[in-house]
Write a protein that binds this ligand. Structure first.
Ligand code: NAI
Length: 699
């Protein structure tokens, strides 16, 4: 049963019951129409109420059925809405908590609507690269007016029921209930009061118009163009709402459907729907069931108040969790605290944070120089220098002082977590929490699962990640984890491109046009080119067979570490971040090419993009094959939330799927044949070869 049927005197109540949000899956849709048929056939019933059990009226389409034939099987949502409109007896939608997407569209097919205060009302389809597909663009303008309706449809953002009820002339709600608790009773009474009203009012019969007509829609189009560069859906929302003012209702409905169907097949919508599912999938760990008992995290300690330690602490302060931050010297503590304060003060100045909230947060932060003061923390996160020796000292000390059951986490970005865990007598309590810089801003958190990390520890940190508003993705132990291991291949390829004839600005421009927030060279200048230099030095000892372009080392030998030294791949004016192409770098690269005997060639932007992105894809395939990432979509989440990969492409793995894995392998073979490139680099990963030859995809 996904909807219950109950008769209260002369009013039948159909209650959708498909937790968690009464998604309108096949079974729910069938149960609603069964209920309507029953009510219409029962002479004792005079009116009908539709409502939702639990936490929602209805959240819309059932995500469990996304992409399956059940999603559109009859009765599909349009048919259910039609059944509502055609009911001989009045139907009242009793809305509370959440009415979104198809849920709101269903209510718009009912004759009357009564809403509880505090309900979130939205048509969020645009966030999946779509427009509402069951009459939302035709009916919402008729009840709210064109402008408020279009705002809701283009933004996809929820608006509170009581706000909508205040719009002049609105016909969305016939009545507001006095409270969520009183909703059902008041809806039944309202249904009784309209039981004999005929003809029954239908939203489709209301007019949709804007006093400024075409001029308004032109204005709306211009606004939307600036907002959504890479996405077609917002402009299509304008088209559909405009059609509500120009076409007959049923023609408008057909037009909406046409747009909806076309958008379903766009790569942009596919990318957004993929990421929507990917985010949910990433929070699941196959062998860690949802009901795994979690540890309680009431107090956090952070070791190291440097770049990362400060930002990491802020995440917990923002969530109201007290933090004790430990350093070796008073000066370091003072510096760390000053940075945190400056950061919050900046937010206060911009009006993003209230002064009292800032003070509350700072009051939760306690600095210390003594390990004795952190022993009772439930979670300690180490963010000290990236040297195994330092990590060893710290973890041995933590093993001594931390209470039993505390989680010991490391923010290491390259070191072996299993080795770090082995410094303690409780490796089951050790986990990697790899935050990204700036740690208080970046969404991504790689949760590094060591060989012995406890399942309850994983369950706890995954839940905690949600609490501090991070997107957590689990990675196995490997050098660089998911993100940095892949980016290393991308950077190597960027170097080879320079050797062959490209300039840093050409490479950056090509990949930025593809949609990356920043190209590899601008990124290097921002993060500090010395970081990669240190890694390459280590690599030279560990893997002397790994080929690199020497240009990046030469750059560092010139002291050009990036923005922090005022010069890197680009020149920078004092106090400014604008990247100015550098003659000196151009000459250095040309000199290097000459020493290799390379005659530069013009490389197309398309080749640049393919070489950079497929470098990510190939390493991603290896990571997947080794089980370092559980799913291809986890890799996409890492790249979207941590590395500025363009959202409308859905992540490197989905992008490869959309290009077609066969074509990806073909391109790699072409690159392999290029004597200037590294043939070994382009050896397709076995998993990629296998999927390509079977005509399959990563997802
Ligand atoms: P940092 O050099 O800015 O800060 C390290 C802090 O640790 C310094 O303030 C230092 O005084 C303190 N420290 C060193 N040894 C200590 C000890 N034994 N006890 C207490 N405090 C000690 O370094 P950063 O950038 O914050 O990096 C910290 C960790 O985070 C490293 O493992 C790094 O690999 C990792 N990481 C860094 C990222 C970045 O973008 N900077 C990104 C992700 C991870």
């Amino acid at each position: 049963m996904t909807a219950e049927y109950k008769v209260h005197g002369d009013v039948a109540v159909v209650t959708m019951n498909n937790p968690p949000v009464n998604g309108l899956g096949y079974a729910t849709r069938t149960a609603i129409t069964d209920g309507l048929n029953k009510a219409n056939a029962d002479p004792a019933v005079k009116a009908i109420v539709i409502t939702g059990a639990g936490k929602a009226f209805s959240g819309g389409a059932d995500i469990k059925e996304f992409g399956s034939p059940k999603a559109t099987a009859e009765p599909n949502l349009l048919s259910v809405i039609l059944a509502c409109e055609n009911s001989a007896k009045p139907i009242v939608a009793a809305i509370h908590s959440v009415a979104m997407g198809g849920g709101l569209e269903l209510s718009l097919g009912c004759h009357y609507r009564i809403a509880a205060p505090g309900a979130n009302i939205a048509l969020p389809e645009v966030k999946l690269g779509l427009i509402p597909g069951a009459g939302g663009t035709m009916r919402l303008p008729r009840v709210l007016g064109v402008e408020p309706a279009l705002n809701m449809i283009v933004s996809g953002e929820p608006v509170k029921s009581e706000m909508l009820a205040q719009l002049p002339g609105q016909k969305l709600f016939d009545k507001m209930a006095s409270s969520p608790e009183a909703l059902l009773e008041e809806a039944i009474a309202f249904a009784r009061s309209v039981a004999d009203t005929r003809p029954l009012p239908l939203v489709r019969n209301l007019p949709s118009k804007h006093p400024m007509g075409d001029a308004y829609f032109q204005f709306a189009r211009n606004m939307v163009k600036g907002m959504a560069k890479n996405f077609p859906a917002p402009a299509k929302c304008v088209d559909a709402v405009e059609a509500s003012t120009k076409k007959k209702f049923d023609e408008g409905m057909a037009y909406e459907r046409e747009i909806f169907t076309a958008l379903m097949f766009t790569p942009e919508s596919r990318a957004l729907r993929h990421l929507f599912m990917a985010e949910r999938a990433a929070s699941k760990i196959a062998d860690v069931p949802d009901d795994t008992k979690q540890r309680e995290i009431k107090k956090v300690a952070v070791i190291g108040a440097g770049t990362m330690g400060g930002g990491i602490s802020m995440n917990f302060l923002n969530a109201g969790i007290p933090v004790t931050i430990l350093e070796m010297k008073q000066e370091a503590i003072d510096r760390g605290l000053a940075t945190i304060r400056k950061n919050y003060e900046g937010q206060v100045k911009k009006g993003k944070l209230k002064q009292d909230k800032y003070e509350q947060r700072m009051a939760l932060l306690k600095p210390t120089l003594s390990y004795e003061e952190i022993g009772d923390a439930d979670l300690v996160i180490e963010a000290v220098f990236e040297e195994m020796g330092v990590k060893e000292t710290v973890f041995k000390k933590l093993d001594e002082v931390m209470k039993k059951g505390a989680i010991l986490a490391s923010n290491t970005s390259t070191l072996d977590l299993d080795k770090i865990a082995s410094f303690t007598k409780r490796p089951e309590d050790v986990v990697g929490l790899h935050f990204f810089s700036p740690a208080n801003v970046m969404k991504l958190l790689e949760v590094v699962r060591g060989k012995k990390t406890g399942k309850d520890v994983l369950a706890t940190v995954m839940a905690l990640a949600k609490k501090i508003k991070k997107t957590a993705v689990v990675s196995g132990v490997t050098d660089g984890f998911i993100g940095n291991r892949m980016i290393e291949q991308y950077s190597r390829q960027a170097g080879f491109l320079l050797d062959e004839g490209a300039t840093p600005q050409q490479v950056d421009r090509a990949i930025e046009r593809f949609g990356f927030a920043m190209g590899p060279f601008r990124m290097g200048d921002l993060a500090g080119n010395d970081i990669g230099w240190a890694i390459r030095k280590r690599r030279a000892a560990e893997r002397p067979d790994m080929k690199y372009s020497r240009t990046a080392d030469k750059l560092c030998e010139l002291g050009r570490f990036g923005q922090k030294t005022g010069a890197g791949w680009y020149d920078y004016q004092a106090g400014k971040r604008d990247a100015i192409p550098s003659k000196l770098v151009e000459d250095m690269v040309a000199e290097h090419r000459k020493s290799l005997g390379i005659e530069p060639r013009r490389i197309s932007d398309e080749e640049i993009v393919q070489r950079l992105v497929f470098a990510l894809v190939n390493e991603g395939a290896r990571i997947l094959e080794e089980g370092i990432a559980a799913r291809a979509s986890d890799i996409d989440m890492v790249y979207i939330t941590g590395y500025g990969f363009p959202i409308h492409r859905g992540g490197p793995m989905l992008y490869a799927d959309q290009v077609g894995l066969f074509n990806v392998v073909q391109a790699m073979k072409r690159f392999q044949a290029n004597p200037r490139d590294d043939a070994k680099f382009w050896e397709p990963a076995p998993l990629l070869m296998k999927l390509a030859s079977e005509g399959k995809t990563f997802s």
